[in-house]
Design a protein around this ligand. Structure first.
Ligand SMILES: Nc1nc2c(c(=O)[nH]1)N=C([C@H](O)[C@H](O)COP(=O)(O)OP(=O)(O)OP(=O)(O)O)CN2
Length: 174
């Protein structure tokens, strides 16, 4: 069955504080492209009339709203980053626009978290499609692509089922 592939652009800021890349330990930003491959969960012959399981608009609407309203121009920080506590204390309204991640917000982690999120949206909308691959072009020369089960790779948390990336809502933190 044919897959649907959608790309959305967003700007973001982040820093990686746990030493994997010292050059990325100061806050900096990227203009990124996130691409999702949506696969029908049931292989069904096209019906000879509408010839689609879901319209492009319905398939991408919630996901693109999330990218535009919650990821675009958001700061991504590890849950133990002291900058997060600073924002919560001094600029609580802006702290609400920070994507909070389990450990450093690397592109590898973000591909897994975002695949979990898009799949939570798709399941809540009837489960006709599922995200089978997600890639993030962080810079013109660096892309991370993921096509597995994100639950197998996201750092474990006792509250995993209720973490923001598994919720079919616009949340970006717990
Ligand atoms: N495995 C990972 N390594 C790095 C990540 C990451 O997410 N996963 N992220 C970064 C930084 O975000 C950095 O800003 C981007 O990396 P960098 O290679 O410096 O990007 P360039 O596009 O400038 O690379 P060129 O080779 O100069 O084109 C670092 N590492």
């Amino acid at each position: 069955m044919p897959d649907l592939v959608f790309t959305r652009r967003f700007s973001m800021g982040h820093r990686l504080i746990h030493g994997a890349s010292e050059s990325c330990a100061l806050p900096h930003g990227h203009n990124e492209f996130v691409t999702v491959r949506l696969t029908p969960t049931k292989a069904t012959r096209l019906d000879g009339r509408g010839n689609m399981p879901v319209s492009f608009q319905n398939a991408k609407q919630t996901w693109h709203r999330f990218v535009d309203e919650r990821l675009d121009h958001a700061l991504q920080l590890a849950e133990d980053d002291p900058l997060l506590a600073w924002f919560q204390t001094h600029e609580p309204a802006r702290a609400a626009r920070i994507v909070v991640t389990p450990g450093d917000p690397t592109t590898e982690l973000m591909t897994c978290l975002l695949m979990a999120k898009v799949n939570a949206f798709l399941l809540a909308e009837g489960g006709v499609l599922r995200c089978s691959e997600l890639s993030i072009e962080e810079t013109p020369t660096n892309t991370v692509s993921f096509d597995g089960d994100p639950a197998d790779f996201i750092p474990q948390r006792s509250t995993e089922q209720t973490c923001w990336w598994n919720r079919a809502d616009m949340s970006i933190a717990d």
